[in-house]
Ligand binder design. Structure first.
Ligand SMILES: [Zn+2]
Length: 73
């Protein structure tokens, strides 16, 4: 798959029971996008997607996976 943030080749690490997408990207790191935020996220331009990821990371404690929830979009 391609990373929904930067478009680079990335790994889809979503388990079957997760309602959304978990991505491992060598540029963006590992992050998750809940299903209800995904459609909004992919409509944003690159700078806005990157800003949402940065905001999610800044709100996530070290070692935890960043989650790009709707509030960050
Ligand atoms: Zn990426």
């Amino acid at each position: 798959m391609n990373c929904p943030i930067c478009g680079a080749e990335a790994t889809n690490a979503t388990p079957g029971n997760f309602d959304g997408l978990i991505v491992e990207c060598k540029h963006c790191g590992e992050y998750e996008i809940p299903d209800d935020a995904l459609n909004s996220l992919i409509r944003l331009d690159f700078d806005a997607r990157k800003a949402a990821l940065d905001k999610a990371k800044s709100q996530t404690r070290a070692g935890a996976r960043a989650s790009i929830v709707r509030a960050y979009l």
